[in-house]
Design a protein around this ligand. Sequence first.
Ligand SMILES: Cc1cc2nc3c(=O)[nH]c(=O)nc-3n(C[C@H](O)[C@H](O)[C@H](O)COP(=O)(O)O)c2cc1C
Length: 332
Amino acid sequence: MDLSTTYLGLRLPHPLMPGASPLADSLDSVKRLEDAGAAAVVLRSLFEEQITREQQGLVYHMEVTAASSAEALSYFPGADDFAFGPAEYLEQIRRIKAAVNLPLIASLNGTTSEGWLSYAKSMQDAGADALELNVYFIATDPKETGAHVEQRTVDILKAVKKGITIPVAVKLSPFFSSVSHIAHQLDDAGADGLVLFNRFYQPDIDVEALEAVPSLHLSDSSELLLRLHWLAILCGQVKASLAATGGVHTGVDAVKALMAGASAVQVVSRLLEDGPQRLLTIYQGMKHWMEEHDYESLDQMRGSMSLRKTPDPAAFERGNYMKVLRSWKANV
Ligand SMILES: Cc1cc2nc3c(=O)[nH]c(=O)nc-3n(C[C@H](O)[C@H](O)[C@H](O)COP(=O)(O)O)c2cc1C
């Protein structure tokens, strides 16, 4: 069974890897991921705010006024709250590359195309094989248009691509008016991969303490459905290779992501709960399912459930929407 895949131009023995998270914070954990057969490792993100703080003594980018900057400062974690400072992050890349024989994908996380992006080159020089770019930005300014929000992401990608030669993936949010449009723009701007999707961390409200309560709950397989939806739509529409992140917990979840069009499948929550060795179980589940269903290769399966041959995907989607609403009536 040939499970090999090409993601970001990297030839990998199979598509499964840990996603950006604390899973690669220690060398011990990275070695356990290697033992579990991980095809690559994605590091947690280094944040723009960490880099600008170091480069300029600022927590937020240069456009903010002095007054808002003082308040903005209180929103952010302190330097000591991060697992790695900028220099330590580079050291971690070097240590992992020296310790294991796996492709390493570093992650940069920020919202402006300013000086901090020079760190992409430092990551490349430290030995990163590819870079994941996470633009986690919630558009709150009513004067900022959707087009401008998209352009910001494209500009960041272009600035990064200008400075480095390793491949770059963009980890996208599902909350664009047109995911297809932003995906195409990023494709045209040279994105080597698109990672679907960033999770949107939604704080709850503590009504007694009158506080917003940030909550980090781990995913379950139901979160995969949104990813399958857009993988299936984008597969064949863009040159960039696609990765699924969010809701992959079993081998069959991975099979679904691949059928929808993913070339790589990232797992975080399941591995945080059960430990790195769980990746091997997911791998075995995926392989077993494919053998049972007489697949000879991953290429044969990838994209088989995508909409690339559907003449009018929008009509298909709308038809399914109407059918699903009707199905409830049929059941009562
Ligand atoms: C504890 C934790 C830390 C994470 N840190 C990062 C990060 O630094 N950068 C990033 O892009 N995503 C980060 N993520 C998001 C994961 O990479 C992944 O996209 C998300 O958890 C969905 O995948 P899952 O359903 O397999 O957990 C983090 C997730 C968790 C749970």
